[in-house]
Design a protein around this ligand. Structure first.
Ligand code: DOR
Length: 445
C-alpha cells in the first residue's frame, strides 16, 4: 500500500498524542507508511510539506461504532461513500455494525465485506459481528470463526439482546476469543415503540416516549452478568444519567465494563423535536425526523451527566453511531421514520463546540477519539509513536464552518445540524502515510 509513497513532513503543528502524554509544537515526518520522527526542525528534502502552524496534529480518529450499510443497503451508504465520509471527518479506522443484509453473522459474509473494503475503502475498517444469528436474539453465532475472520467485537446493535440467558452465554463465549460484547441497551418492554425521550416534551407533542430507565435496566443487568462471568461488556451510545452512575459504580468495583457516547447525545437535547431556530438561516420545524435517533436525544440533565462521565473517564470513548439513511426513510411521519443521524462529517465540530465552551478539555476529547478506543478494543493505532502506522489527522481548532449536507461524502444527509456553524475543521487525513482527505481538494485513490 505504502511502497511508492512520498514522505510527508507536517511542519509546526501542535502535536497532541495522549498515548504518549505528548502536547507540544513539533514536526511530524511520515515515511514508508509509518511515523518516522516527531520533533523540532525535522528535515526531509524529498518530502511533501504540510504547513500546520496553528493546527492540531494528532493520531487519526478511531470510531468504534458506525453503520456502513454494505452489504444490502447501498442506497443509504456504501463502503466507498462511508469511508470517504469517515476520512473527511478525520477518522482513519472505523468499526462497522452488523445490521446489514445479510447480517454479518458468518465468516463468509465477513470475508466478502473485507474484500469490498480492500477494493473500495479509503480508511481502515474493522467489522463487528452479530452476537446472535440474524440478530434474532436466540442462537449464538460461531464466535471463534468470526474472530478468525476479523471481527473485533460482537453486537446485535439496532436491537437489544434482551434474553438474559443468551447474554450470559454470549459473555462466557466471548472470554474464549477475548472480544467485547457490545450492547444496545434498550428494554423493548419499556421503550415500547417510543420515538423520542419520554418526558414533558413528548407529552406535549403527543409522541410515544422511550424513557431512560429502559436503557438503565439493561445496563444494570449487563453489569451483573459481566461481574459474574468476568467478561467485557461495552455499552453502546450511553444516553442517560442513570446509566452513567451505574457504569461509574461498576468500574469502581473492578467490573470489566466500558462505554461510549455519541457527539449528538453530548450536544443536543430532546426539545429539538419540538422545533428549533439555530440561526436566521437554519432551523428545525417541529417533528423534524432528522432529530429521531435511537437512543433518543435526552434532556439537559442527562446531557450534563454524559459530559461529566466523559470528562472523568466513566465513559471511555466518543463513538459516532454514524447511521446514514435515505431521504425516503426520513420523509414521513415522525412515528414511521428511521432512527439515525449521519455523523461522520460533523463529529469533530460537535465535539469542538464543547471544547470551545470549556465543557470538555481538548486533550481528553482527543484521547476519547484515539488512544481510548484503540485501548479498550485492543486495536492497532491511536498513537503517533515512532514506528506506528502513519494514521494522522490534522485539524484547525478555530475555523468555523457551516454544515452543508449537499456537500457530504456520505449518502446520508440525515442530520439536524444542516446549516449550523460549527468550530473545528479537519484539514488533512492520512492513512498509512497516504493522503485520503484534504479540506480544499480531496485525494482519494
Ligand atoms: O439511531 C440508530 N440508528 N440507532 C441504532 O441503534 C441503529 C441505527 C441504524 O442502524 O440506523
Amino acid at each position: 500500500m505504502s511502497k511508492a509513497l512520498r514522505p510527508v513532513l507536517i511542519r509546526g503543528g501542535r502535536v497532541i498524542d495522549p498515548a504518549q502524554s505528548l502536547d507540544q509544537v513539533s514536526d511530524v515526518l511520515l515515511h514508508d507508511g509509518l511515523v518516522a520522527a516527531v520533533g523540532p526542525n525535522l528535515n526531509a528534502d524529498e518530502a511533501e510539506v504540510v504547513e500546520a502552524a496553528g493546527q492540531i496534529v494528532c493520531p487519526g480518529f478511531i470510531d468504534l461504532h458506525c453503520h456502513l450499510r454494505e452489504p444490502g443497503y447501498e442506497a443509504k451508504e456504501t463502503i466507498a461513500t462511508g469511508t470517504a465520509a469517515a476520512a473527511a471527518g478525520g477518522f482513519t479506522t472505523v468499526c462497522c455494525m452488523p445490521n446489514t443484509l445479510p447480517v454479518l453473522d458468518t465468516a463468509p459474509v465477513l470475508e466478502s465485506l473485507t474484500r469490498t473494503v480492500a477494493a473500495q475503502g479509503v480508511v481502515r475498517v474493522h467489522p463487528i459481528a452479530a452476537i446472535t444469528r440474524d440478530q434474532a436474539g436466540r442462537e449464538l453465532v460461531e464466535m471463534a470463526e468470526l474472530n478468525e475472520a476479523g471481527a473485533v467485537g460482537f453486537s446485535d446493535d439496532g436491537a437489544c439482546l434482551t434474553d438474559s440467558g443468551v447474554m450470559r452465554r454470549a459473555l462466557e463465549y466471548s472470554l474464549l476469543v477475548g472480544r467485547p460484547i457490545i450492547q444496545h441497551a434498550e428494554d423493548p418492554a419499556l421503550s415500547h415503540h417510543g420515538v423520542m425521550h419520554e418526558g414533558p416534551v413528548s407529552a406535549r407533542l403527543g409522541l410515544p416516549g422511550w424513557p431512560g430507565m429502559a436503557e438503565e435496566i439493561i445496563v444494570a443487568r449487563d453489569i451483573a452478568l459481566a461481574k459474574i462471568t468476568g467478561a467485557h461488556v461495552h455499552v453502546a451510545h450511553v444516553s442517560s444519567a442513570g446509566s452513567v452512575d451505574l457504569i461509574r459504580r461498576a468500574k469502581a468495583q473492578g467490573t470489566h465494563v466500558t462505554a461510549e457516547v455519541t457527539p449528538h447525545h453530548l450536544t443536543l437535547t430532546d426539545d429539538l423535536v419540538a422545533g428549533h431556530w439555530w440561526s436566521a438561516t437554519a432551523s428545525l420545524p417541529p417533528y423534524d425526523t432528522r432529530t429521531k435517533v435511537n437512543p433518543p436525544l435526552r434532556p439537559r440533565a442527562d446531557v450534563d451527566a454524559l459530559i461529566a462521565g466523559l470528562c472523568d473517564g466513566t465513559i471511555d470513548v466518543i463513538a459516532t453511531d454514524h447511521a446514514p439513511h435515505t431521504i425516503a426513510d426520513k420523509e414521513c411521519e415522525y412515528d414511521e421514520a428511521a432512527f439515525g443521524i449521519s455523523v461522520f462529517e460533523t463529529a469533530l465540530g460537535s465535539i469542538m463546540s464543547l471544547v470551545q465552551t470549556e465543557q470538555l478539555p481538548l486533550v481528553r476529547a482527543i484521547e476519547a477519539l484515539t488512544s481510548g478506543p484503540a485501548q479498550i478494543f485492543g486495536l492497532d493505532g491511536g498513537s503517533l509513536a515512532v514506528g506506528a502506522a502513519a494514521d494522522v489527522t490534522i485539524f484547525d481548532p478555530e475555523r468555523e464552518w457551516c454544515v452543508d449536507t449537499s456537500r457530504f461524502r456520505s449518502l446520508g444527509r440525515n442530520t439536524p445540524l444542516d446549516g449550523v456553524f460549527l468550530p473545528g475543521q479537519v484539514t488533512h487525513t492520512f492513512v498509512g502515510g497516504k493522503p485520503v482527505y484534504q479540506s480544499a481538494t480531496e485525494v482519494v485513490s
